[in-house]
Design a protein around this ligand. Structure first.
Ligand SMILES: Cc1ncc(COP(=O)(O)O)c(C=O)c1O
Length: 393
């Protein structure tokens, strides 16, 4: 039995509808979208529009042109951060951010931007009051993840959005871990910007992602170039999404993304989230009976997504990951997960943790199988490390 528990890195398997959409794209819509008037270019343009409208429907955005496609969440986050923040500004963020947020901010610190990394609890919980007290007169941006990619803890984005709105400060949400896994209603939340990736919970391909930005929020684009629109002008068009979408889009990827988003709309993200919480609860219950197994993050599954970190006493995360793969064909991700500050927050820096990330394609039976594997590893204990070493060599 091959078990894929690395959905927080990228989801697998991709649904049949996604693979079929790619096939249809290659057969019928192989032109360059918006660049010509022939049928294959028009068909490609339709693919892009369908993807934009499906994402808008999924996140409850009235005007799909407020969604710009990028190649991943990282590019979307960079577009939002560098598009808005200037030297002399102040930014508030959390201590559990992925490097896609932390590294641009650390870079901007060197350009004269003040950054406050508000500390989360060792469970990854963020107290909105700590964010409130971090505000300065020159605060230009609040940016947080929706959920930690290390422990799966959900951050209070509705409260933070209301707070930022009261201040008149734009709030950017990194939804890389939650888009497609946790219900997101942009209109109800009132967030100003939201970055997503296409290849995790949205079930699409690598090389896709995007940024929602609210109407009237003008960002400086990361790139300028061909858009297929206003070709007579040598300056960048100022309307969305073209302002942020220079160069030919990943149309094949967007065909897959449109199919993935359509599936999620049909299935209902609430149901997917409930499913994943059930898997988490099953794992937490089973893990409690395994000696030497520490699970990080909140005990209450309502504060979690389907991502979870743990460690086994006497074995390093990489030993556990290798053994799970070699002996039980369980695939997961170990180490620091591109989020060193999050590991400092939960007390697992520098060795990190073992991370399981679940999707709707995982089952209770797989969780039970993994728990049995971990119970077996737990019996190794310190005196048997030579056994583990031999198994790894
Ligand atoms: C919380 C978070 N933010 C951003 C990213 C970056 O996503 P991408 O690799 O699609 O740019 C990830 C990916 O793991 C993530 O987990």
């Amino acid at each position: 039995m091959t078990i894929y528990f690395d959905n927080a890195a990228t989801s697998w398997p991709k649904p049949l509808a996604v693979r079929q959409a790619l096939d249809a794209y290659f057969g019928d819509a192989g032109g360059n979208p918006g660049r010509a008037g022939h049928r294959m270019s028009i068909a490609a343009g339709r693919v892009v529009l369908e993807a934009r409208e499906a994402i808008a429907r999924l996140f409850n955005v009235a005007d799909s042109s407020q969604i710009a496609f990028t190649k991943n969440a990282t590019e979307a986050l960079n577009l939002a951060i560098y598009g808005l923040v200037r030297p002399g500004d102040h930014v508030i963020t959390s201590s559990v951010e992925h490097n896609s947020v932390a590294r641009p901010l650390r870079h901007l610190e060197q350009q004269g931007v003040g950054v406050t990394f508000v500390a989360c609890s060792p469970q990854g919980l963020l107290d909105p009051d700590d964010v409130r007290t971090a505000r300065r007169p020159n605060t230009r941006l609040l940016v947080t993840t929706h959920a930690s990619n290390v422990v799966g803890t959900l951050l209070p984005i509705a409260e933070l959005a209301a707070m930022a709105r009261g201040w008149g400060v734009p709030y950017l949400v990194d939804a890389a871990q939650t888009a497609g896994n946790v219900p997101i209603d942009i209109a109800a939340l009132g967030v100003d910007m939201l970055a997503f990736t296409g290849h995790k919970g949205l079930m699409g391909l690598t090389g896709t992602g995007g940024l929602y930005s609210r109407e009237g929020l003008q960002l400086a684009p990361l790139m300028r170039g061909g858009t297929g629109s206003d070709s007579e002008l040598e300056i960048q068009p100022e309307f969305l999404p073209d302002l942020y979408e220079s160069g030919t889009l990943n149309v094949a990827g967007l065909a897959g993304l449109a199919a993935g988003a359509a599936l999620l709309i049909d299935a209902g993200v609430e149901e997917i989230h409930a499913n994943e919480q059930e898997l988490v609860q099953r794992f937490l219950d089973g893990a409690a009976a395994i000696p030497g197994l520490t699970v990080y993050g909140p005990a209450d599954v309502r504060q979690r997504t389907g991502v979870l970190s743990f460690n086994l006493e006497h074995l390093s995360p990489s030993e556990v990951g290798m053994l799970l793969d070699q002996r039980w064909e369980i695939m997961c991700r170990v180490g620091l997960h591109c989020a060193p500050a999050a590991h400092r927050t939960i007390g697992t820096y520098p060795t990190g943790t073992v991370r399981f990330g679940w999707s709707s394609f995982n089952s209770v039976e797989e969780i039970d199988f993994a728990l049995a594997a971990l119970a077996s590893l737990a019996t190794l204990g310190a005196p048997h490390r030579s056994w583990a070493g031999a198994a790894l060599s």
